[in-house]
Design a binder for this molecule. Structure first.
Ligand SMILES: Cc1cc2nc3c(=O)[nH]c(=O)nc-3n(C[C@H](O)[C@H](O)[C@H](O)COP(=O)(O)O)c2cc1C
Length: 375
């Protein structure tokens, strides 16, 4: 019998598959259904203390690729394959008071499942820092097993929140530190992929005391323009703002971000998110060093909480362990991170004629040229 359990930031999970913070975890009934379906843990929809007012009209839609034309569109077309989700939804519109009591009930009903509270406040004032601490204390006192800091929503209406914090390594550090001051449970920092070098922000989180990093949140993006109407496929009275891309399209992008971090911080813990629907997708994150993975888009499209998605992930991992039993692999720890060292700089990839290749420099003075470039 395979052992799918993992210990991540000191917490035992029956398997490494979690629902990420999003609509699948926005209500008590969804979270109960998710636990019953087999998810080992859930990260709640992000909880905050400021007034949350979403845009008029739909908050999420799904883009699909038509195999005949290659066009990507939100318009439903038979035979089109899922490309991505696009959303501009804000955090939970339910107040903290709504969540408190419910977290306790969920935990009481499923003591062995892991309940992670995603929280968000602003930045730039002592009052906002107190909000972070207040949210952290309230959620942990109500039974949350860990806290995930949303430093990454790419479309907050307030400029002092979400990915605007996540783009500033110092703010990341300060917020993480402030939460760590009051936290009795592990603190995960959820980072935005929409920066130049995510290693910089990851360093900020670890300096602030983060126990793990979750990545990716959605990528900053626009919906496509309808070629007939010349309107964005998602808009409110003709206007659009940037929103977040998730689903299959972001898997390779998110993997690149994750690989940068797991290579830079091989001894730290990471929860992989982005484009996971089947076990082979999750396997990528495990082979890069992640100890858990989280799912959103695929679950949204499968009865709102992904009962079939989690069944397939669990079965896929069981089959993978059985197939590789002869290598002595009994659990995720036996293969976690084993492909991290295959990622090297471009110049380290073999050329047909190695003798005449000098990393893109002339043969004469490659070292001098490189030194000049480094200045
Ligand atoms: C409609 C929608 C709402 C989301 N809301 C949140 C949120 O409140 N907090 C958060 O940290 N991430 C939120 N996310 C991001 C997801 O948790 C996840 O990081 C992202 O969708 C990438 O995973 P996926 O490719 O499996 O969708 C949301 C995503 C979607 C599609």
């Amino acid at each position: 019998m395979s052992d799918l359990s993992v210990t991540f930031t000191g917490i035992r999970f029956e398997n490494p598959f979690l629902l990420s913070s999003a609509p699948p975890t926005e209500s008590e009934s969804n979270i109960l259904r998710a636990f019953e379906a087999g998810w080992a843990g859930v990260v709640t929809k992000t909880i905050g203390v400021h007034p949350v007012v979403n845009v008029k009209g739909p908050k999420t839609n799904f883009m699909r690729t038509d195999p005949a034309s290659g066009l990507i569109s939100m318009k439903k077309k038979t035979g089109a394959a899922l490309h991505s989700s696009w959303n501009w939804e804000l955090i939970s519109d339910k107040p903290l008071d709504w969540w408190i009591g419910r977290l306790a009930r969920l935990k009481k009903a499923h003591p062995k499942k892991v309940l992670i509270a995603s929280i968000m406040a602003g930045s730039g004032s002592d009052e906002e820092m107190r909000h972070w601490q207040m949210l952290a204390k309230a959620c942990q006192e109500d039974g949350a097993d860990a806290l995930e800091l949303n430093l990454s929503c790419p479309h907050m209406d307030r400029p002092d929140m979400g990915s605007n914090i996540g783009k500033d390594e110092e703010l990341i550090s300060v917020v993480t530190q402030v939460v760590k001051e009051v936290a009795r449970v592990p603190v995960w920092a959820k980072l935005t992929p929409s920066t130049t070098d995510i290693v910089v922000e990851a360093r900020g989180a670890f300096l602030g005391g983060a126990d793990a990093i979750s990545s990716s949140n959605t990528f900053t993006s626009l919906p496509v323009i309808d070629p007939e109407t010349l309107e964005f496929e998602m808009n409110v009275e003709g206007l659009v703002s940037t929103g977040g891309l998730g689903g299959p399209a972001i898997l390779p992008l998110s993997l690149a971000k994750m690989a940068q971090m797991t290579s830079a911080f091989p001894d730290e813990e990471f929860s992989g998110i982005g484009g996971i629907a089947e076990f082979p997708h999750a396997l990528n994150y495990f082979l890069l060093g992640c100890g858990t993975v989280q799912v959103c888009t695929a679950a949204m499209l499968d009865h709102a909480v992904g009962p079939n998605v989690v069944k397939n992930l669990v079965r896929g991992m069981e089959e993978f362990l059985e197939k590789n039993a002869s290598r002595g692999w009994k659990s995720l720890e036996d293969f976690r991170g084993i492909r991290r060292d295959r990622i090297v700089s471009h110049s380290k990839i073999k050329r047909p004629d190695e003798a005449h290749y000098h990393g893109g420099y002339d043969e004469e003075a490659p070292a001098a040229a490189q030194a000049k470039e480094a200045k």
